[in-house]
Write a protein that binds this ligand. Structure first.
Ligand code: ADQ
Length: 457
């Protein structure tokens, strides 16, 4: 069996509690093959000390990391990855900051990663590269003579070619993807956008069987939607922390129906629109006054990137206005909490919600939607209100799907969720759970790696 080598921007110790579903899934696959996980350490160092690889054992898995210089980190991570690729890939071309986006820094770090990784590779390794920070990594490895099978998974959406073309280096980026053997996407839509790009912008051709030809190279492209570790998450839900969280929420909000939102504070998550929809709910359906409370948790994220600075202020303003206009001595309509919730408490928080609000303007997948469903009591489940623009909407068709830009429509869907009869809630939840179980994170890793290993291809 080939050894698995995972490469991602950040490396997590899969044994640490709170490492998250992705670390658990990759940890599993790495553990089975005695694998290696390579990436940035999360630390910045003096330029001269930045490049030595630090190797650490985590059980059967080897973790190898490099520090980056502060300048490289700024250019590659804050700059090109998060000020150009993130907004444009989420269809927000107006938010891209091309001045801050230093393409040279992005190339430099990808080249550096390839140089540091190459001596660690064996001839028959299977290499799996993750996400938009590392699009050109395979091309850099190939330039150094690496002939291993290399796969890439894009965790975020891929926009239509007309939007992608707003990135000055779009052709270079897409051509870089051709250096992989297999490229995985979250949804069929993203995969179609990739095929479409190659056909329309690069004179490419679809060869059938997942194969696409462009620039004289063939690549395989597939939709392999990521899932969660359902068993791990449900076990977490049975733990003391989750139960205590649920209990204390039930006591604090005994007279209320709770709507729960849990996100990173990111402009892609549609938070202002969600708060407006809640306001609209209180206006259009006044029976919810004194009854419905929205708890919105937003984890601090990328605070060094310009486009993130304003969103917190905007949200605090929107929430403050609702509380001022509708609040009573004994009822605060919205609680906005700018914090990361400990992972072991999340299932309790989700379960307290009669409605789970997952309404991004655009999202690769959105695992919160899946975690919310997995946390419910099957005999009396809450209702998921899900944006049709999340990758998860292709799978979770039994949620109430909404257009998050349509504030009135979203308010109507929340009202429908609040009033949904038990029998319908149970049926929808059961259907959602079937999907979660069939397409869990272990399925995702297996499916991708089998396709990457497939010698017939
Ligand atoms: P993210 O944009 O980070 O991930 P998402 O999938 O929603 O988005 O969440 C990832 C994890 O973060 C979840 O496990 C969730 O529990 C946790 N999380 C979010 N907010 C939190 C908070 N306030 N407190 C504690 N935990 C919180 C990217 C893509 C997604 C894709 C994932 C995985 O943007 O579309 O689903 O990668 O591929």
């Amino acid at each position: 069996m080939s050894r698995l080598v995972v490469v991602s921007n950040r490396v997590a110790d899969p044994r640490k509690p709170g490492a998250g579903g992705l670390a658990v899934a990759l940890g599993d696959a790495l553990h089975t093959s005695g694998g290696l996980w390579f990436g940035w350490s999360g630390r910045t160092a003096e330029a001269s000390a930045a490049q030595a690889v630090q190797v650490q054992r985590a059980g059967d898995v080897t973790l190898a990391t490099i520090d980056l210089s502060a300048a490289d980190h700024r250019a590659y991570y804050l700059g090109y990855s998060n000020s150009v690729l993130w907004p444009v890939f989420h269809y927000r071309i107006n938010l891209a900051d091309h001045e801050a986006g230093d393409i040279e820094g992005y190339r430099r770090v990808n080249r550096l990663m390839a140089q540091e990784l190459r001596p660690l590779l064996r001839a028959d390794d299977l290499v799996w590269v993750h996400d938009y920070h590392l699009i050109p990594l395979a091309a850099e490895l190939r330039a150094l003579g690496c002939a291993q099978r290399i796969g890439f998974f894009l965790h975020i959406p891929l926009p239509p070619h007309t939007l992608l073309a707003a990135i000055p280096q779009h052709a270079w980026l897409m051509r870089s993807l051709m250096a992989y053997d297999l490229v995985g996407f979250q949804s069929r839509t993203d995969r179609e956008h990739f095929a479409d790009y190659l056909l329309r912008e690069a004179g490419g051709q679809a060869l059938g069987d997942d194969r696409l030809l462009a620039w004289g190279r063939t690549v395989r492209a597939r939709a392999v939607p990521i899932g969660i570790d359902v068993d791990e998450f449900q076990a977490l839900g049975r733990g003391a922390d989750a139960r205590e969280t649920l209990q204390s929420m039930r006591e604090t909000y005994a007279a209320r129906r709770l709507l729960i939102g849990v996100d990173r504070l990111d402009y892609s998550k549609g938070l202002p629109q969600r708060i407006r929809a809640f306001r609209r709910l209180l206006e259009a359906y006044p029976e919810n006054r004194r009854r419905a409370t929205l708890i919105q948790v937003a984890a601090p994220s990328r605070e060094d990137v310009g486009a993130y600075a304003d969103i917190r202020r905007e949200l605090e303003g929107l929430c403050g206005a609702i509380n001022g206009d509708f609040g009573e001595l004994d009822w605060m309509p919205v609680r906005f909490i700018h914090r990361t919730v400990a992972r072991k408490r999340l299932p309790g928080l989700y379960r307290a919600g009669a409605v789970g609000l997952v309404t991004p303007l655009r999202d690769g997948m959105n695992l919160v939607a899946k975690e919310y469903v997995a946390s419910q009591d099957p005999a009396d489940p809450g209702v998921l209100v899900l944006s049709r623009f999340a990758g998860a909407a292709e799978q979770l068709t039994d949620a109430l799907l909404v257009n998050p830009y349509d504030i009135a429509g979203t308010a109507d869907a929340i009202q429908q969720a609040l009033q949904m009869p038990l029998q319908e809630r149970v049926m929808r939840h059961a259907a959602l759970m079937r999907n979660l179980r069939t397409h869990d994170v272990h399925w995702w890793a297996r499916e991708f790696l089998h396709a990457l290993m497939d010698r017939a291809s």
